[in-house]
Design a binder for this molecule. Structure first.
Ligand code: PAF
Length: 281
């Protein structure tokens, strides 16, 4: 496994490789890796000749400085996990390497970056777009792999690819879950044992939303159920629970047979913000 910290050296290596017409798969991460990230590396290895994984905690996508400060960092374990997964290349740049000067670009993805996560974390998707475009420029992959836990992020990245005319295929991989259903996330490591125990209500409620839909309940009833179940318990602060058209991410108030629907939640357990989503059909 090769490790690069400089964009120039990474590109020099990749250009040499690409003259042999090999396909490059890319897995961007912020480190603190878990099996969900490794499943992205495995998905890339299955279909690409060479897999590059980046580890960079991107400051521009954190709207809350304390969230950035407490973001878990486990570089040694990350490298061991990537080595065991036979990842070919790791790119671990410094902040100075990624942002030699301030990135002043403002991306506009229409309503997509202003709703849900964009509404609750102002500037978040602009920061994601800044770093992902810089990473795409550095790696120039054929395919890039993202987890569907970050449902809205994947849609924003697809919009970014269109906006900047990248010839990169975005591949979405399923969310990996712990045995009690909690979606795997680097942030889970920040939960204390009590918070970790209570956080399993999140996937449980998402499953209940699915079942209520199957039983023919309409959206207002489902929302009311989820909110009242959360309110019955302490330790939670709901940012949102909503149901959207799975294709457009526009909020809906009633189901329609022809459409796919997704339920999305963002919720604080103690100080830790967790997100999850589930397709309802
Ligand atoms: O999903 C993440 O870990 C990050 O948002 C990403 C895509 C690596 C950009 O920093």
């Amino acid at each position: 496994m090769l490790i690069f910290t400089k964009i120039g050296e990474l590109q020099e290596f990749l250009v040499q490789k690409k003259t042999g017409k090999i396909s490059v798969g890319f897995v961007p991460t912020m480190g603190a890796l878990h099996p969900g990230h490794i499943s992205l590396v495995e998905a890339s290895k299955k279909v690409c000749d060479l897999t590059v994984c980046s580890i960079f905690v991107n400051p521009t996508q954190f709207n809350d400085k304390s969230d950035l400060d407490r973001y878990p960092k486990t570089p040694q374990t990350d490298l061991e996990m990537l080595k065991s997964a036979h990842c070919d290349v790791v790119f671990m740049p410094s902040s100075e390497e990624m942002y030699p000067e301030k990135d002043e670009r403002k991306f506009d993805f229409g309503y997509l970056d202003k709703i849900l996560e964009g509404d609750h974390r102002p500037g978040h998707f602009n920061g994601v777009a800044q770093v992902v475009s810089r990473l795409f420029d550095a790696v120039r992959p054929d395919k890039a792999f993202f987890g569907s836990k970050d449902y809205q992020q994947v849609m924003v990245i697809r919009a970014l690819v269109k906006l900047l005319n990248y010839e990169i295929e975005i591949v979405t991989c399923p969310t990996l879950r712990e045995s009690d259903g909690l979606a795997m996330s680097s942030r889970n490591a920040l939960l204390n044992p009590k918070e970790r125990e209570v956080s399993k209500i999140i996937p449980k409620l998402m499953q209940e939303a699915r079942e209520l839909k199957k039983k023919g309940k309409e959206i207002p009833e489902i929302k009311e159920h989820i909110v009242s179940e959360l309110n019955k318990r302490g330790n939670y602060e709901l940012d949102y629970f909503t149901i959207c058209d799975a294709e457009t991410l526009k909020e809906i108030n009633s189901f329609s047979e022809a459409k796919k629907h997704v339920a999305l939640i963002a919720c604080y357990v103690g100080k830790i913000r967790l997100i999850d989503n589930v397709l309802l059909n």
